[in-house]
Design a protein around this ligand. Sequence first.
Ligand code: NI
Length: 184
Amino acid sequence: MASSVTAASGEAPARKIYPIVKYGDPILEKPTPPVKKFDADLEELTEDMFASMYAAQGVGLAAPQIGKSLRLTVVDVTGGKNPEAKIVLANPEIIHAEGEVREEEGCLSIPGFRGYVMRPQFVTVRAQNARGETFEIRGENLLARAFCHEIDHLNGILFLQHLSMLKRDLIRRKIKKLKKQGEW
Ligand code: NI
């Protein structure tokens, strides 16, 4: 999920910064297979995902957005300001949702476009961390929104699909035009 939060500059080890896959690439609209191998490579990948997300000034990034079809996402609604806010979700499922909030959201794969989406105010997610340990986490407001947005990605769903058909078609037409101009 995109944010206006500025990434914090730190002295983290050099990480691979992946380019973000943009809307139009079919990988974004395909459900992802589960993570099965929890090894050093997976931990490395999640750290690279955090670095790529901070570089793009996002608060959530799903594996398909870096070209990897895998049920894996990272979330940090502080934009890198608080190391304890880093959340790895492997094989996440929403097990409880409550309330409704309509807020504007964006997506790193659909840069420059935002739209109002209704999301639960609270969600509880069950997932595995990078070591394969199962945990549950509850999110409220922006964090709940980020969980829903990223888990949607893992199911091949983009926030555009939650907009009215009118708004969605408008954005699609604008993107088509940008593509023609070689700007997408
Ligand atoms: Ni997104």
